[in-house]
Write a new protein. Structure first.
Length: 197
């Protein structure tokens, strides 16, 4: 194995250890706990990632890339417009339900503010993807601002509702998905129906 390949494999094993600690500790995950989980000292961990912000960025990229892939699959899997909306919302909620501590680490840890690049980049990519889909499906003109506005609003709404739900757990994921789909469908469905005429 080459030196670069060995370094990459070591980095992946350290990220896997960090994932285990984040799954357990969420936003309070510490470098000391991650180093202990990996069976190394903190200086070795710092050598690979620089500091906790560097580790945060690497973990954020890993998780947001995986979530974006799942959301793209949900958006493009076919079915009616309403089915795609429902499936995409449920995909997002199922990921944060399965890994709530990872989600909290990404959005609530001290490193989230200065190192928000990976999460912000993910949100912008998803917003652009949604806007393109909305524009295509509704047959909007290139200068129609609705696609961008609606994409940003949808993301904000689903993220805020997901945050609330993780905290309160006052309904099932299926109920939340249906409620958000119904809410979105009031505006989006009307425009979609008009575009189809």
């Amino acid at each position: 194995m080459s030196v670069a390949a060995d370094r990459d494999a070591r980095r992946e094993s350290l990220l896997a250890a960090a994932d285990l600690v984040v799954q357990r500790d969420g936003a309070s995950a510490s470098m000391a706990a991650i180093a202990a989980e990996a069976g190394i000292t903190k200086p070795i961990l710092y050598r690979h990632f620089g500091d906790k912000s560097g580790l945060y960025a690497a973990l954020a990229e890993r998780h947001t890339d995986r979530l974006l892939d799942a959301l793209v699959d949900a958006l493009t899997a076919g079915g009616t417009s309403r089915e795609r909306v429902h499936r995409t919302i449920d995909t997002y909620l199922s990921v944060i339900e399965a890994e709530p501590q990872v989600y909290r680490f990404l959005v609530e840890s001290e490193e989230a503010a200065p190192a928000k690049g990976p999460v912000r980049g993910f949100l912008l990519r998803l917003q652009e993807l949604l806007a393109a889909g909305i524009s295509h499906e509704l047959r909007l003109e290139p200068d129609d601002v609705r696609a961008g506005i609606w994409a940003a609003a949808i993301l904000g709404m689903v993220q805020a509702a997901g945050d609330r739900w993780l905290e309160l757990r006052d309904c099932s994921r299926e109920t939340l998905t249906s409620q958000l789909t119904d809410l979105l469908w009031g505006a989006y469905g009307s425009a979609s129906g008009a575009a189809a005429k």
